[in-house]
Every structure is written in structure tokens, then in C-alpha cells.
Design a protein around this ligand. Sequence first.
Ligand code: 5GP
Length: 201
Amino acid sequence: GEKYAEFDGKGMLYHAFSCFFFERLHKQGIATHFIERCSPIAMRVHKLRIVPLEMVYRRIAAGSLCKRTGLPKGEQLREPIVEPYYKRDVLGDPILAPAHIFLMELVSPTAYKQLVQQTRVLGDLLTTWLREVDFELVDMKLEFGWDVHSSLLLGDEISPDTMRIWDRHTGESHDKDVFRHDLAPLIPRYQEVARRLQIDV
Ligand code: 5GP
């Protein structure tokens, strides 16, 4: 929200990424809100009551983790970590301690455990898939929600807009940091990720 721009074809590209990842997750038996792609710009999804938390998975220090801890950018974490952020624009989406989450009754302790576990599983899977095509998953933000049967499902989108991806050889960013820090034209960097994953765009 701090920087605004429009790019031709961005919606179609993000749609293609999200469909690709959701379909691949379904093949692994992981349920998400995704039902089917309807056109190059539309998908049918299950209606969710969104959990007011953004779940962030991290494997390598970058972004706000470096600012908060002083860890150098690029430092490999001993093991992946999961952090919850409060989805409240007016507060600037702050990181929360579990004590705050339960104090405000945002989710139950059981649901929180499930969110952390699902985030870990999804992060580990995406790490493997991206590594197969010579990218390093640095971190990723996921959103979940409850469907009409009160099942917790992955929602929102999965695209280079919601993760950090570095080329394993050059270290080049292929994610939203390219736009945030004006590193290069954004769309070609995203297209390279799509090309390596063999996503039709
Ligand atoms: P950080 O906390 O370091 O800024 O972000 C961690 C990861 O979560 C990054 O991959 C970043 O792109 C993603 N992320 C966190 N919040 C948001 C958000 O509100 N929108 C998007 N698109 N990505 C986010």
C-alpha cells in the first residue's frame, strides 16, 4: 500500500501462478479454496471466512525479519520459522505474539496450531518445487479461512507477489522486492519464474 503502479497483464500472470500452485497442491491432497479455473482471469473458489492473520513462513533472513532482529539479509535460518501478523491495515499489520492472538480471541489455540503446521507444510513444499527449477524460497505469506463446514483452508493467492524468490545462482530477486526497490522491470522477472515452472501465460 506504500507504492502504487499498474502493469499490463499482471492479473493474468498472477492468476496463472495461483491456479498452477493450487492445482499442484490438490494433486498432493492438500485442500485449498480453489475449485477450478474459469477463464484466463477468473477462478471459482470456496467462500471463506478469512482468518485475520497473515502467516509468514521464513527460511532465509530478509525484509522485516532483518529489521526486527538485526540478522543479516541472506542468512540461512537453522530451521524454517512461522510468524503470525495481524491483518489490520490501520495498525500496519503488526506481528503478534500468540498471547495477543488468544487475548483478542482471533483464533483458538487449536486453530493456531493448525495454521502454523499448515504454513510449515506448504512452505516446505513450495521450497522443494522452486528448488527443482533453481530458485530459493526465502519467505512467503499465506492466508487461510474457514469454509461453510468450518474446515480451515488455504485462501487468497500464491504468486511471486506474496513470497521472496531468489535465483539460486545469481541471487537475483524474482518477486515483489523488484518492484518495492525498483531493481528491474518486474514482469520479465515474474515471467522467468513462470517459464521455469512451465506455467502457460
Ligand atoms: P516481510 O515481513 O519481510 O515484509 O514479508 C515477509 C514475506 O511476506 C514476504 O515474502 C512478503 O512479500 C510477504 N508479505 C507480507 N505481507 C504482505 C502483504 O501484505 N502483501 C503481500 N503481497 N505480501 C506480503
